[in-house]
Design a protein around this ligand. Structure first.
Ligand code: ADP
Ligand code: MG
Length: 581
């Protein structure tokens, strides 16, 4: 008796679909890759409900003959494996799995006209049942229509995210392909609204269309080659960075791939020029012999394995470091005299004066008393130490950011920027809870250029942003206009930077469901931008005022990024340091 049986084809296809077609983005990726492999010059993607109920992918590629059309839905049928060598793959597809997988779960329709042929054909499939082909009227290329992607496996729908979240994954997927093929015109439309339209353009133009117009003027070209492995692409100048690592793209032989180690290599390469919590924007292209890389290690082909990974990492590391050095040379070369001047000044500087900072800080703009965290306090003669305060009495400020204060039994060192950021954040949360964030109208509204993706994302969260005090509107393609900001921050704010960071933030909070959490993220981001930067001198009364406010504020011992805002050393600790004990 046998109890083992061969599974029917359709079930096998559905099992494959489980791996290959994890979400709408995965199906779209497969279909667009097919259009690219077909040599398309223009690809257009039309979606409803983030592709869940409808996706239409049209191209002007080589198309399929009636015979090919009949074959393309059979499992493991492909036109792309020319010499049956898995280690020599020049196309994006090669498994012959995508179309049969999609056909097995959805309602699928493929119309195609092979280049140079008079007739066009259509084939349809419903949950894997394939109907006969019949004539179609399509004029060129291929149009694939997927209705109800998970028609046969509706349980899958439960594992999908909201339309908005699925759309983010789709855009990300399409953007990756768009950067790999800048000469292909690409369009995407969702629920009758344009998501993007990239015309055929140069690589740098295309990367900038995706990452934001400013990238173009803030990018360094990267070129290098070692042992037949070529690296090219663009990386941002250290002055142009982001709050997350999402804009770091790697392409291997024209295929967008995710390489977990890329972020580490980039961190290393930018280490001396970027703070730890900032990330460069890069799009890097590695091209090497097909046989040096295995693309068949991931069902969605989004990871690859290099035969010699160290060569690739070194190539990227040194490629970027060289570009950074070149860049530093040219920008330093612009100001040779000043640099020398600056250095002689340091060399001749008299003994450093550690005295208390004098009162040199002038209020540039008057802000309403109630919105102030750093009230401008006149210096009062108060040398009478009042040691009862938990954070003690301020003695001095050093390196224009740290406050030393003497407490009853030791000293406290406060990071003024971090502390202020926390105070602003707590005050904003408080305001928000009580009466909503107070806004201030900008005398001159500010226009901020962003990637069209970020514009749409910001606009999707317009009302949330309004709740946290930022009033803004669309301002044409790739820009928004900011009209109001939270009053508490109004005079200190670098609006450009803040909006760019908010865009990064809304990208991240797409997956956070609780509104309060979203609000807190946004408030924290703004607090960081509106806080007193290091480098501002405070007089003694101002320092004491900061300490008093910290005592009253919950969690003031930690800045919004989780770093400590102060450290305290007891006299005991200090004596131990001096080995008195
Ligand atoms: P693969 O891409 O791995 O070959 P697919 O299942 O994605 O497998 O596609 C099967 C075959 O159908 C492809 O090899 C190709 O010949 C044909 N095909 C699919 N989409 C297109 C298209 N848009 N234009 C022309 N041919 C296509
Ligand atoms: Mg394919």
């Amino acid at each position: 008796m046998t109890i083992i049986r061969q599974l029917p084809d359709n079930l096998v296809n559905q099992i494959a679909a489980g791996e290959v077609i994890e979400n709408p983005a995965a199906a779209i990726k497969e279909l667009v890759e097919n259009s690219i492999d077909a040599g398309a010059g223009c690809i257009s993607v039309t979606l409803r409900q983030a592709g869940k109920s409808l996706m239409v992918i049209e191209d002007d590629g080589i198309g399929m003959s009636s015979d090919d059309l009949k074959l393309c839905l059979s499992r493991h049928a492909t036109s792309k494996m020319l010499d049956d060598d898995l280690l020599n793959i020049g196309s994006l597809g090669f498994r012959g799995e995508a179309l049969p997988s999609i056909a097995s779960v959805s309602r699928l329709e493929i119309q195609s006209r092979a280049q140079g042929e008079g007739d066009a054909w259509i084939i349809t499939a419903k949950a894997g049942a394939i109907a006969d082909i019949s004539p179609s009227s399509i004029r060129q290329g291929t149009r694939i229509t997927v209705k109800d992607l998970f028609y046969a496996t509706p349980a899958r729908l439960k594992f999908l995210k909201s339309d908005q979240a699925e759309m983010m994954i789709i855009k990300e997927t399409l953007n990756r392909l768009a950067m790999a093929y800048p000469d292909i015109e690409m369009r995407c439309e969702h629920d009758d609204k344009k998501t993007f339209h990239y015309r055929s353009e140069t690589l740098l133009e295309r990367i900038s269309s995706v990452m934001g117009r400013d990238f173009q003027s803030n990018a360094m070209p990267i070129e290098s080659e070692v042992e037949g492995v070529r690296l090219s692409g663009f990386a941002s100048l250290p002055t142009y960075s982001r709050g997350n690592a999402r804009a770091q793209y790697l392409f291997v032989n024209g295929r967008p791939v995710k390489d977990k180690l890329l972020m580490g290599v980039l961190r290393g390469a930018y280490m001396d020029v970027l703070p730890r919590d900032r990330y460069p924007l890069v799009a890097l292209f590695v091209d090497l012999e097909q046989t040096e890389v295995d693309v068949n290690v991931h069902p969605a082909k989004s990871e690859v394995r290099f035969k010699k990974p160290m060569i690739i990492r070194n190539l990227i590391f040194h490629g970027i470091q060289n570009a950074l050095r070149e860049h530093a040379k040219t920008s330093a070369g612009l100001l040779p005299n000043q640099t020398v001047h600056f250095q002689t000044k340091i060399a001749q500087a008299p003994k450093v004066n550690y005295a208390l900072p004098e009162m040199d800080f002038k209020p540039q703009a008057r802000i309403a008393e109630e919105t102030q965290i750093f009230p401008i306090v006149d210096e009062v003669e108060s040398n009478d130490i009042t040691p009862d305060y938990p954070l003690g009495s301020a003695l001095a400020q050093f390196h224009e950011n740290y406050i030393v204060s003497q407490t009853k039994d030791g000293i406290v060192i406060v990071d003024q920027h971090a502390a202020h950021e926390r105070l602003v954040y707590e005050r904003m949360k408080d305001n928000y809870a009580q009466s909503g964030v107070k806004k201030q109208i900008l005398l001159v509204p500010e226009i901020v250029n962003l990637s069209q993706d970020h514009v749409l994302m910001i606009l999707e969260h317009q009302s949330l942003l309004n709740d946290v005090g930022v009033v803004l509107e669309a301002f044409g393609e790739g820009a928004i206009i900011v009209r109001e900001v939270p009053a508490i921050l109004a005079d200190r704010l670098n609006i450009q930077d803040m909006i760019k960071n908010l865009a990064d933030e809304v990208e991240d909070i797409g997956t956070v469901d609780r509104v309060t959490e979203k609000i807190n993220y946004l408030l924290a981001t703004m607090a960081c931008h509106g806080s007193v930067r290091s480098g501002r001198r405070l007089n003694q009364s101002e320092m004491n005022e900061l300490l008093r406010q910290m005592e009253e504020t919950p969690l003031s011992g930690q800045c919004n990024h989780g770093r400590p805002t102060m450290i305290s050393l007891s006299l005991d600790d200090v004596e131990k340091l001096f080995k008195r004990r």
